[in-house]
Design a protein around this ligand. Sequence first.
Ligand SMILES: [Zn+2]
Length: 276
Amino acid sequence: MPYLLPEVTGGENTEFHCNVGGLLESGLWTDATIECHGDIFRVHKAVICSQSAYFAKAFDPKTGFKEAHTSTIILHDVYPDTVRAILQYLYHGKWLSPDSEDEQLVQTVDIYAAAEMYQLASVKYKALNQFRTLAPRMFALQTFPSAVQTIYENTSEKDLMRNILVRTSLLKFDELQKNATFNDTLSQVAEFGKELVHGMGRQLLSNQSHVVIKCPKADCRKEKTIPTEHLTSDGAIRCPTCFYYTAGRAWEQVRKGIRPPDGMTEAQWLSGYGPT
Ligand SMILES: [Zn+2]
């Protein structure tokens, strides 16, 4: 009878990443090679194939691919820096990010596109989370247009990164319509423009356009989100915080925009899941 390892529960095995991570840098016991535009990466099949269906198939002797025979794979559609960052993640559980947000955005979408291509699920989700944190500020970045281009060239409809991009744009549309970079991007990446228009259309049809208003009472001034037609119907509005009840026109309009579908918080909606 084979000896079964006892089930392990409890803390994360950070030591595993330290030990395995060292193997990438030391080059000990490597059994495969990744070539990318002249850069050579010596790797371990056990580490990369266990985390990527693409590499597992390429190096599987049963498939008869030449990679399985030579233990070398050549990657054309990706930059060496992207391969380096992905390997850092597969061995260490994290990649080194550049300091500037401009470069971080480029790195994040490049890694996401490569993870999509090479079926690296964990890498893809890590890149998605990174994109989520950058998204609210990305419109001000110089690399925003090329990042959008990369996303649309490498993903298909219903992609989560596309969803986050479109939803963040919808939420901030009031300020974005004056942003030259944003408008240039819309002209350059037609598919992005199309998805944005579709998102807006759905919001209009389901009457989800809204306005954020501020309570007129001096010691309250709390913000409240209401459907735009509530404000224009000239009825009175009650503050949910201080219960002050007064005419809609007395309330200060903070911003106009799109709100998430009923029952979803802004954060849930921006995570890219569910209806636009
Ligand atoms: Zn109030």
